[in-house]
Design a binder for this molecule. Structure first.
Ligand code: AOF
Ligand code: ZN
Length: 369
């Protein structure tokens, strides 16, 4: 690693400490270096609060203040140029007369998007861009996908048996429904992988399921087994047939129902963080792809990532439309069922590794374009 890469690596370590506290903002870290010595460090600690550069510059000890104007500041993301919840970091760097700036990657947010770098250059500052660029982008993959592709980052997740079945029955019969025999849940994963799935839920802004999954599994779609928040629940129920006694209606987290019949006011209204969204009915039409309408609603309302947890049909629609970024597939290698719903078929993917937890194997895939 070059010296620049080492300092950028430190920026990334610092940035990560903001995980879980800064979304929908990106995680950003900064270090200030004078002749090979780090004299300041900082990161974006909380949504709406000071940016990394501000915390970094404020951390410099009094005795080192005179060195700031002869130092290099390393930042994992382009310093901002806009007045948002805080003033522009580029202006602060200029005001502090910092002569050198090393940037991990450009900020895709339209208010910044190169303008921070231009501001610094116009002030005569030496700017280097693109140190550990892919690692910097990977850290904020949700933020980058959201701003560059105008849709949330999409993670598909499902659990399958050794013979690739994901559920016992696609639909309850009217008789089963009348008898409330809807407990057709096929338990595939073990206690440890369940915990991991809750960790995944804590990391995303929203979780999405289709009608049959909501009806058959009656999932709570919350994070109960890991620290941190629970995602907003997004449920497809085109004809509003889901009974109100399902766990998704427990009121513990907002639930948004995509349907063709009704629309509630302020359904996506953003409450101050960490409140998230209000929930309610969101009207869609059935002549256009439902997936596109959901993604568009998320984009318009600053939901930067979704975890799609089923069922097979909905997951397959995302795969067929090429609208996914990651797939995490849990396979119980000991369980084989005779009948069941076939697991989705991935196409256009790159295998990035797998982990084994007792009898469950978790395979990770990334989409290749
Ligand atoms: C930086 N340093 O540490 C972060 C940046 O509403 P605000 O004022 O917090 O601005 C949010 C935007 O600023 C966010 O969308 C992203 O473009 C940038 N984040 N920029 O210079 C930081 N967190
Ligand atoms: Zn800033």
């Amino acid at each position: 690693m070059t010296a620049d890469e080492q300092y950028m690596h430190r920026c990334l370590q610092l940035a990560e400490m903001g995980a879980g506290f800064v979304a929908p903002n990106p995680m950003v870290g900064a270090v200030l270096v004078y002749k090979g010595r780090i004299i300041g460090e900082g990161y974006h600690m909380q949504y709406g609060k000071a940016h990394a550069e501000v915390n970094c510059i404020n951390s410099v000890a009094e005795k080192d203040h005179d060195l700031i104007a002869s130092s290099t500041i390393y930042v994992s993301l382009e310093p901002c140029a806009h007045f948002g919840k805080t003033p522009p970091c580029a202006d602060l760097i200029i005001a502090k007369k910092i002569p050198n700036v090393v940037v991990g990657c450009r900020d895709p947010f339209k208010e910044v998007d190169g303008k921070g770098i231009e501001k610094l250059l116009a002030a005569g500052i030496d700017v280097k861009v693109g140190v550990l660029e892919s690692a910097c982008k990977e850290l904020n993959k949700r933020f980058f996908t959201f701003h560059s592709e105008h849709r949330p980052y999409i993670i598909l997740k499902w659990a399958q048996t050794a013979n690739k079945k994901i559920a016992t029955s696609p639909k309850p019969s009217p008789k089963e429904r009348a008898l409330k025999q809807t407990d057709k849940r096929l338990l595939i994963t073990n206690a440890l992988t369940n915990k991991l799935v809750h960790k995944w839920r804590s990391e995303e802004a929203a979780i999405l399921v289709g009608t049959n999954t909501a009806l058959l599994d009656d999932p709570e779609l919350s994070n109960r087994l890991w620290s941190g928040k629970s995602p907003t629940r997004l449920v497809v129920d085109m004809h509003l047939r889901l009974p109100r006694n399902l766990k998704i209606f427990d009121g513990k987290q907002p639930t948004i129902i995509f349907n063709t019949l009704q629309h509630s006011e302020d359904v996506f209204k953003i409450l101050p963080p960490p409140g998230g969204v209000r929930g309610g009915l969101y009207q869609v039409t059935d002549d256009v792809s439902i997936v596109h309408q959901i993604l568009n609603a998320c984009y318009q309302n600053n939901i930067q990532s979704i975890l799609v947890e089923g069922g097979a049909k909905l997951l397959q629609t995302f795969i067929d439309e090429g609208l996914w970024d990651e797939a995490r597939i849990i396979t119980n290698e000991l369980l084989i069922v005779e009948e069941g719903l076939a697991a989705p078929e991935l196409s256009n993917h790159q295998f990035t590794g797998s982990t084994k937890i007792l009898d469950d194997r978790i395979a990770h895939y990334k989409k290749t374009n």
